[in-house]
Design a protein around this ligand. Structure first.
Ligand code: TXA
Ligand code: MG
Length: 351
């Protein structure tokens, strides 16, 4: 029997207030009760919405894998309210993890460290390491404090689909599979955290994200390595099973051609309906094509932070328009765009 749709409770913490309003506290209390009883609650973070369960309760965590349809070989990130909680969960605490926690937490960066004995096997996919993150979202941290336990939380979408950046996205993806959605509004960052393997010297980025390599190197004091390229299941199964190349994908076939203008024109000529995410919307040749009824042009920001914030909502919106193809302009090949390039290249349809 299908479960009913979950309640969606709005939560907020007004600028300057020393605590959240009473209705928000009540919503967090209800979420904490559900989590302590082994349930699943979708929560906002600064990156994307997470699907949370008590990280120390193996049964509850099993519910995350079922709701997402996630393979059990893909380990979860454990969310903590502060660095002290992280240290208690780790089997060892490398200096690079300490530097990141001290200077960049709370923030959009996850450290992979040796796992301590309290973490159930299911969280780490039986691996020897655990991924830990302190989110830069005061209500997410307050919820963790209320539960009094760390929360395992992958992105709150079905496995391999686009991550959610609003409560409505979560409802669309996981609707009747979860117990409650906390709605904190759209996520400020819009793409998943940077994941850094702190068990190796020098530390290595496993998943590029909003925290740039430059900032990591500045606090760690050594070089920080980029992922092996391409980082996919074929080349790096042991290091991070979840980082396969097919991921973050809309259902509509997506392409990132070197010459998007020519490509879009050719697709239109062949009778396809096309969605085009472009940074060149003002250019005359683009404006010429813009008259076509078969073409949906979505202007994308030229700044990587703004681009990231809009990326997943744009992919989801285009996915609902019955298009034959989504075409994305190639993004600049620079460190600042690395995380976006990574997500787009994983979304590109493999043939
Ligand atoms: O921003 C984020 O990180 C969001 C929010 C909700 O915090 N969470 C998120 O979780 O993106 P998820 O499960 O969608 O992605 C976690 C990634 C996966 O690629 C997984 O393979 C990797 O982190 N990971 C988890 N534990 C790991 C470990 N012990 N070693 C290596 N990689 C790990
Ligand atoms: Mg995910």
């Amino acid at each position: 029997m299908a479960r009913p749709l979950p309640d969606i409770l709005k939560i907020r913490w007004p600028e300057g207030a020393d605590r959240p309003p009473a209705d928000t506290e009540a919503a967090l209390d209800r979420a904490a009760d559900i989590l302590r009883a082994g349930g699943l609650v979708a929560i906002p973070t600064e990156t994307v919405y997470g699907l949370a369960a008590d990280a120390l309760d193996a049964e509850a965590v099993a519910g995350i894998f079922r709701a997402k349809g996630r393979p059990s070989t893909n380990p979860l990130i454990v969310h903590v309210s502060d660095a002290a909680m992280a240290r208690r969960l780790a089997g060892a605490w490398p200096v690079s993890a300490e530097a990141i926690a001290a200077h960049l937490w709370p923030g959009p960066v996850t450290v992979v460290v040796p796992r301590g004995p309290s973490i159930p096997d299911i969280v780490t996919a039986s691996g020897a390491t655990v991924a830990l993150r302190c989110p830069d979202h005061p209500l997410a941290r307050r919820l963790i404090e209320k539960v009094g336990r760390p929360l395992a939380a992958p992105s709150a979408n079905r496995s391999e689909a686009v991550s959610p950046t609003t409560a409505a996205h979560v409802l669309e993806s996981l609707g009747n599979r979860i117990d409650l959605i906390l709605d904190g509004g759209p996520c400020g960052r819009g793409i998943e955290s940077t994941v850094v393997d702190c068990t190796v010297e020098p530390p290595r980025i496993l998943r590029p994200g909003p925290m740039t390599r430059e900032r990591l190197e500045a606090v760690v004091g050594t070089t920080v390595a980029w992922p092996d390229t391409p980082l996919d299941a074929a080349t790096a199964p042991a290091r991070s099973p979840g980082l396969q190349s097919k991921h973050y994908a809309p259902r509509t076939p997506l392409e990132m051609p070197a010459d998007p203008l020519a490509h879009v024109a050719a697709l239109l000529a062949a009778g396809h309906r096309v969605g085009w995410m472009t940074m060149a919307g003002a250019e005359p040749q683009v404006r010429q094509l813009a008259g076509s009824r078969e073409l949906v042009i979505v202007p994308m920001p030229a700044n990587p932070d703004d681009y990231a914030r809009q990326l997943y909502a744009t992919l989801r919106a285009l996915d609902q328009r019955e298009l034959g193809r989504i075409v994305v302009d190639p993004v600049p090949d620079t460190d600042a765009w690395r995380a976006i390039y990574d997500r787009l290249s994983r979304a590109v349809t493999q043939r």
